[in-house]
Structures are given as structure tokens and as C-alpha cells.
Write a protein that binds this ligand. Structure first.
Ligand code: DQA
Length: 147
């Protein structure tokens, strides 16, 4: 099975961006860790980053029929993009929402996710492990299926 990992706005700045909140490791480090895990779990992963809402929407549309699941860190779009929410609802691909930081322990505006209702679940606060936990969750989600 193949999974798409989408990182949204400002996540290309990982390592430089507010390291006290997001850590010192970079997006390349994240990609390397997830590629290593995907090999162990015998799953394929593709890795995309975009700062633009429309591009993220296009990636979600294009995933339909191509990927069995999406791990999505929509960054700040999480909190207000009805367009990304509608894109998720428009495709037949399960989405797991992830965040590096614990969005519930920060500013009030980060506590709301407008995309959460159209995902199968949210993992928040575990740094890079939020993504690895999502891959494990997808691995278990499809366990027992024929293909
Ligand atoms: C984030 C949390 C968001 O509130 C923030 O806007 C981000 C990163 C996280 O991974 O913790 O850009 O999604």
C-alpha cells in the first residue's frame, strides 16, 4: 500500500522555525525517518510539502485512486481552511491529521481544527512520532484486508 505524507505551510522551515516548539530537526530528517519506517512496515510513502492552500487541495484530489491514505499536517490551514476540509470530503482516501506540537496546549486559535471532522483521527504533540504513529495507525487500519 502507498501513503502520501503532506506537510503544509512553513514546515519547510523545520529546524530553523521556533525550535523550542518544533525541534531542531529538519523536514529532510523527517522524510528520512519516515522512509526508514515505511521500509520496515512494507509500505510505500511519498513526501510532499507546499506552502499554498491550492496546491495542497490539488495533492488531495490527485491522491484519489493513487494512495490508500494521507498523513496531513496542514499547519495553520488546519484552523481555518474550509477549502482543505472540503477537498478531504471530496475524495475516497482516509486522512490522518498530524501536528508536531500539542495544538490543544497552545494558543486558543490552535484548539479548533476545521479538518478533524473529515479525518479518521488526529495525532498531536509527539513531534516526529506524530507521523510515525500515523503510519502505524494506517498499517493497523488495513490489517486483515485482502490487498
Ligand atoms: C502545526 C501546528 C499549527 O498550529 C501551526 O500553525 C503549524 C504547525 C504543528 O505541526 O504543530 O504550522 O501544525
Amino acid at each position: 500500500r502507498n501513503f502520501l505524507i503532506i506537510n503544509g505551510p512553513n514546515l519547510n522551515r523545520l529546524g530553523k522555525r521556533e525550535p523550542g516548539i518544533y525541534g531542531a530537526k529538519t523536514l529532510d530528517d523527517l522524510q528520512n525517518e519516515l522512509e526508514a519506517l515505511s521500509a520496515t512496515l512494507l509500505m510505500g510513502v511519498s513526501f510532499k510539502q507546499s506552502n499554498s492552500e491550492g496546491e495542497i487541495i490539488d495533492l488531495i484530489h490527485e491522491a484519489d485512486g493513487q494512495f490508500q491514505g494521507i498523513v496531513l499536517n496542514a499547519g495553520a490551514y488546519t484552523h481555518y481552511s474550509y477549502a482543505i476540509r472540503d477537498a478531504i470530503a471530496s475524495v475516497d482516501v482516509p486522512v490522518i491529521e498530524v501536528h508536531l506540537s500539542n495544538v490543544h496546549a497552545r494558543e486558543e486559535f490552535r484548539r479548533e481544527s476545521v479538518i478533524a471532522p473529515v479525518t479518521i483521527g488526529q495525532i498531536s504533540g509527539f513531534g516526529f512520532d506524530s507521523y510515525t504513529l500515523a503510519l502505524y495507525a494506517f498499517n493497523n487500519h488495513f490489517k486483515g484486508d485482502a490487498i
